[in-house]
Design a protein around this ligand. Structure first.
Ligand code: UD1
Length: 420
């Protein structure tokens, strides 16, 4: 298993190219199931999760071809020959459940393994299933699988999501594009990745209104065509490297980063003493003077993203004063806390909140990655720590951060990957 070794204490300086957004790419790839024509996606990030989605689509019968730049441009298309998403693939990546809506809409049936829990919480898919049932699907759960079928086409429906789930919004949006009649999705998630999915679906011929708002209205069409679509830059990768610049007291240009996609994160970083300015197609991030404690609560977009909570906590670990970090989206997303505390942080968890009392400096230690964002928070802490940190189980990082060690080393970090 790979490990990452980091010797901390060097302010980062230089430029980092932001990759395409993983969480936009995954539903966009699943959208290829909606048409027999070719969908060509560019700015595809090179990540383990993308390979997992490509193999799942391959198993459904689609041809997935790398057109350029080692897979950064992907062509997807072809006949659906299997409507089963097996446990062996779904257990590796929960986002596999995004094939459910498209498969059902295009073929009238789908058999998709239930994703089960994961390190950060139980993560049910009840809203995905309930919405599809409202659209006329018959769904049974049997032997760990979701068995779904519909006689004829799915029907338009009026769906109210109890909470704005990203995945449920995406699954239902894709299914609604090929349904008979109008579907309204109220309390829809508004993440930029959903806007990106809607833009691509529209280019394929879908009729969608209300993009960017909490009510999406879709007029179903009988078929969708192909399209070419460039994936938006990854706002979580952007935020993560902004925290890396800040925690080391450096200055970094994030090429491709979009300020408008950062939501509450940009405001919170400013409150903590981190300046972010737009410079052409890049964001320039630098720490002004000292870092100050700032309280955050995770919320659906445009609120503070749960996917930035761990990284922001690493930053607060070395800020002056205290910060309260409250997690409202997932029930078990503080697994980075004991590892950060082993590096000298002073963090106490009380239920869904953590009090972070800033310390002068952290010290390197052997630490273990537990999930994607928790692992990158340990990398950030290590960049600021005295001495050496060895992060093990970095396969979590590889699911969502492309060439993390190369990007950081390019800005002067002392970081290297080794094989255990
Ligand atoms: C997506 C992101 C993930 C991010 C999360 C929240 C992808 C591939 N993943 O995950 O990185 O952390 O949004 O921003 O885009 N819930 C239910 N029932 C459901 C669906 C969700 O109870 O049917 C709950 C979840 O357990 C969670 C909350 O709703 O507590 C939000 O989850 P959701 O927005 O669906 O997250 P994902 O789409 O899984």
């Amino acid at each position: 298993m790979d490990q990452i070794r980091i010797r901390g204490g060097r302010p980062l300086s230089g430029e980092i190219a932001i990759s395409g957004a993983k969480n936009a790419a995954l539903p966009l790839m699943a959208a290829a199931l909606l048409t027999e024509r070719r969908l060509v996606l560019s700015n595809v990030p090179q990540l383990a999760d993308i390979h997992t989605m490509a193999s799942l689509l391959g198993q459904h019968g689609l041809a997935v071809e790398k057109l350029a730049e080692g897979g950064r441009v992907l062509s997807l298309g072809g006949a659906v020959t299997s409507t089963e998403a097996p446990y062996d693939i779904v257990r590796k990546m929960r986002a596999s459940v995004l094939v459910l809506g498209p498969l059902l809409a295009r073929t009238g049936q789908a058999r998709v393994s239930l994703p089960g829990g994961c390190a950060i919480g139980t993560r049910p898919v009840d809203m995905h299933l309930k919405g599809l049932e409202q659209m006329g699907a018959e769904i049974q759960l049997e032997a760990g699988y979701i068995n779904a079928r519909v006689r004829g086409r799915l029907r338009g429906a009026s769906i109210l999501l109890p909470v704005p789930s990203v995945g449920a919004t995406e699954n239902l949006l894709m299914a609604a594009c090929l349904a008979d009649g109008q579907t309204a999705i109220a309390n829809a998630a508004r993440e930029p990745e959903i806007g990106d999915l809607a833009a691509c679906l529209r280019a394929m011929g879908a009729r969608i209104e209300g993009v960017g708002s909490e009510r999406l209205v879709v007029e179903g069409v009988s078929r969708l065509g192909g399209a070419e679509h460039a994936i938006i830059p990854d706002r979580i990768e952007t935020g993560t490297y902004a925290c890396a610049a800040a925690i080391t007291g450096g200055t970094v240009r994030l090429r491709g980063g979009r300020l408008g996609h950062l939501g509450a994160l940009a405001r919170t970083l400013a409150e903590a003493g981190v300046e972010i300015t737009e410079e052409g197609d890049a964001l320039l991030v630098r720490r002004l003077n000292g870092l100050h404690g700032a309280d955050v609560m995770t919320e659906p977009y445009p609120g503070f993203p749960t996917d930035m909570q761990a990284q922001f906590m690493a930053l607060m670990a070395v800020a002056e004063g205290a910060a309260m970090v409250t997690e409202t989206i997932f029930e078990n997303r503080f697994m980075h806390v004991p590892e950060l505390n082993r590096m000298g942080a002073r963090i106490n968890v009380h239920g869904a909140s953590a009090i972070v009392r800033g310390v002068r400096s952290l010290s390197g230690a052997p630490v273990m990655a537990t999930d994607l964002r928790a692992s990158v928070s340990l990398v950030l802490a290590a960049l600021a720590a005295r001495g050496e940190t060895v992060v093990s189980r970095v396969y979590h990082l590889d699911r969502g951060y492309e060439r993390v060690e190369e990007k950081l080393a390019g800005c002067g970090a002392e970081i290297a990957r080794s094989h255990d």
